[in-house]
Design a protein around this ligand. Sequence first.
Ligand code: 13P
Ligand code: SF4
Length: 324
Amino acid sequence: MPVSISTTASLYDRVRRVIPPIEWPAFSDDIDAILALKRERNAVILAHNYQTPEIFHCVADIVGDSLALARKAMSVEADVIVLAGVHFMAETAKLLNPGKTVLIPDLGAGCSLADSITASDVRLMRQRYPGVPVVTYVNTSAAVKAESDICCTSGNALAVVESLGTPRVIMLPDEYLARNIAAQTKIEIIAWKGHCEVHERFTPADIRELREAHPGVTVLAHPECPPEVVAEADFAGSTAAMSDYVGRHKPARVVLMTECSMSDNVAVEHPEVDFVRPCNLCPHMKRITLPNIRAALEEGRHVVTIDPDVADRARRAVERMLAV
Ligand code: 13P
Ligand code: SF4
């Protein structure tokens, strides 16, 4: 049964600062249908911070950065999990919920970091650096995680690296995250050459231009940005850490050097903060839409499966991370 018009109207109140009224009718029918389907199918929607506001604020049950989504996936009670994010996130949710149905609305929602490395690349790194532990960013396939000692996210990478008690670690596949962590620890970090296609495009010159155009602006950057960008920012952290920073410091004007939807989603929570928005779109995150979330729930697609042998080994690496 469709939800009442007043429910959808109150949802619009939440996002009216970032979604023009003219666009709302295009969303409200799918939102109604998705809210009803979630109840019928006993489903929950997990949405990453880079999802568009009509998904993030209007249909998602659990939102956050990659670390929060992995943690919260462990305590989901529903039968079905729809992952509004990219494929590696859906795989992580499946690893932590082997008995549940995990759906991703578009199988093409990939990631340039996950595509930059294969399981055999990891085996070759181990041969080249015998005995050096392998820390793998969650932005990788389950097959790559299965070859790793432990996973990390941008939110816990330093703690994970320092938890291992070794003088050297291999950190895969994001070169910039590895170099940004190397700048904060005495542990020697051996990196790979993977890059996030969204964050690698920001430059220090972008920050200087922003500071000139908006004197006093606070600049926050994601650690997938090149180290020279992070060096010029006022703060660097995961998407959740950037959001927390805005909540704690309430800067008058802020710029988030990250994916575009992030500013919209944080702006909804902080109407008093002025967001300057030079951003880069993640084409993979943007493959997830209300219509394909609705279709995922209606048709039970696309089911995420992981080979059991790979899954057991990959799960160990994710669980070891969550224990840090
Ligand atoms: P976090 O949300 O963990 O900071 O990750 C950013 C990202 O690029 C995920 O794809
Ligand atoms: Fe991958 Fe970058 Fe898109 Fe995140 S923002 S999914 S790291 S390409």
